[in-house]
Write a protein that binds this ligand. Structure first.
Ligand code: NAG
Length: 205
């Protein structure tokens, strides 16, 4: 590469690093005909907002810690703003990387799909305000996404197994049982039936 080319490459790389690269566009953001979401990862060890753990100790179940599970932003988690047993508890989403990433991530290869079960809430309070503060009046987060998934990283399954660094994804709601058959890292409906919210009227599946 000549000097000019090299400089341009550096400037482009720097711009990509600072701003991220988004493949999803529109309102709401879409890619390949599917709705888009931002992602992060977390681990707090607790049973979470769907009660997937021991109710007394508040410790999450092993499967919830080590499988493909996620917390969803409040507005997606429950349309009536419930913090506990939201209507998306136990719902599975097929997440596919777009190759894009918002400014808080880095490049992740496009076209990787895994099915995550929603077992927790990403509440619209600090330190989640950049990602999870969507409302009906303000339907996008700071990076422009209507939906956000905070992915469970209890055994480093996101950072070390997948090497996902806050990638942009498309999402599609899919059947958990079929997805579990194809990949046992997706929790099964039997797993979900252990959760407190599977027995409450609202979160029942
Ligand atoms: C998830 O989405 C990808 C990409 O569209 C597709 O190839 C795959 O079959 C889907 N998986 C499930 C379980 O729906």
């Amino acid at each position: 590469m000549n000097l000019i080319g090299y400089l341009c490459f550096c400037v482009f790389t720097l711009a990509a690093f600072v701003q991220g690269v988004q493949k999803c566009h529109g309102t709401p953001k879409m890619y390949n005909g599917k709705p888009c979401a931002s992602t992060t990862n977390y681990h707090d060890g607790m049973q979470g907002a769907c009660g997937c753990g021991d109710d007394k100790s508040d410790k999450q179940f092993d499967w919830s810690k080590s499988s493909w599970t996620a917390a969803a932003n409040q507005h997606f988690f429950d349309s009536h703003n419930k913090h506990w047993c939201g209507e998306k508890c136990g719902v599975c989403v097929n997440l596919t990387t777009t190759g894009g990433f918002p400014s808080d991530g880095s490049h992740t290869a496009e076209g990787q799909s895994h099915v995550f079960m929603i077992v927790d809430l990403c509440p619209d309070v600090a330190p989640n305000l950049d990602w999870c503060a969507q409302t009906a009046a303000h339907p996008a987060n700071k990076f422009g996404y209507a939906v956000h998934f905070d992915l469970e990283n209890g055994v480093h399954q996101i950072t070390q197994t997948l090497h996902w660094d806050n990638p942009e994804v498309t999402y599609e709601i899919v059947d958990c049982a079929h997805a579990h058959q194809a990949d046992h890292k997706t929790p099964s409906p039997t797993n979900y039936h252990q959760c407190v919210c599977s027995h409450s009227a609202h979160g029942k599946k």
